[in-house]
Ligand binder design. Structure first.
Ligand code: TMP
Length: 256
């Protein structure tokens, strides 16, 4: 990270991103790292250029979702690795939407990976690394006050809209959207509290399989040591038509 970046006040550092205080009140700067982890931090690594690509991919997808009326925290991309976002109160729930059986669902229920689900499934996980993000139901979420029944309804309906839209978008570029994880936040706007899409949408938190070859084009290449991880992220960006010229640049943070 360059000197300019480290001078800003660091609010939070996660596994793949850092949040800094933004230039105006109510804003944050989201910095995308090349670090990758799997198995809740059990496996660590670096995927060269991942931060640059995820910054771009997430910008593209959040912008598209904004255009169809899905409220998001995204404001604008600042440079190769940073984007300006609205500061929201993160709801401590990870929302996973699944269209095809893979990952933990295949393992937990013994259903073969690749089985097409009769309908999309939405799952909730409590965001607690120290507990390995346990799966919870809406009963737990409301009983413990993590979100209200109304907020859960909103989160469900937004998640399914995101799924419908992104499934079509990826299908158009020859990729099957197998599953993905979303996070939501609360935002006060005009004296009203809104639920908005937060975090990022990228091959870090989506499973994407090539329609023709079934090749995995996402973080499973890292999780399962399949090799050609950077290339897979680059290919997703290329198919979206947003491949940056210098994805491998270690840090090109420009002035705000
Ligand atoms: P899973 O099959 O491991 O439960 O993952 C489902 C989807 O959610 C997959 O696209 C990866 C994503 N995911 C995250 O982004 N973060 C996480 O901590 C987990 C467990 C999954």
């Amino acid at each position: 990270m360059n000197i300019r970046m480290s001078r800003r006040r660091r609010i939070y550092e996660g596994k793949a991103k850092v949040l800094f205080e933004g230039p105006e009140p109510g804003t944050l700067v989201q910095y995308f790292k090349d670090d990758a982890t799997a198995g809740n931090g059990a496996k660590h690594g670096t995927i060269t250029g991942k931060g640059v690509l995820n910054n771009r991919i997430s910008e593209y997808l959040m912008t598209k979702l904004g255009e169809i009326g899905v409220p998001t925290h995204f404001m604008r991309r600042l440079n190769m690795r940073e984007q300006l976002i609205r500061k929201v109160e993160i709801i401590p729930i990870e929302v996973v939407v699944r269209n095809i059986v893979a990952g933990s669902l295949a393992k937990r229920l013994g259903i073969p990976e690749g089985t097409v689900l009769p309908r999309s499934i939405v799952e909730f996980y409590y965001k607690r690394d120290d507990l390995n993000d346990p799966m919870v139901s809406d009963e737990h979420i409301t009983a413990f006050g993590w979100a209200s029944p109304h907020e859960i309804d909103e989160i469900m309906s937004l998640s399914l809209r995101v799924n419908d839209y992104l499934s079509g978008l990826f299908l158009g570029i020859g990729l099957r959207l197998v599953d993905f994880k979303l996070e939501f936040g609360r935002l006060w706007e005009n004296d009203e509290l809104h639920i908005v899409l937060a975090d990022e949408i990228s091959p870090d938190n989506c499973r994407l399989w090539d329609i023709r070859t079934n090749e995995k084009m996402d973080k499973d290449r890292f999780r399962q040591d399949l090799g050609r991880v950077e290339e897979a992220y680059q290919e997703v960006a290329k198919r979206l038509g947003i491949m940056p010229e210098t994805a491998n640049a270690p840090d090109n943070s420009e002035k705000l």
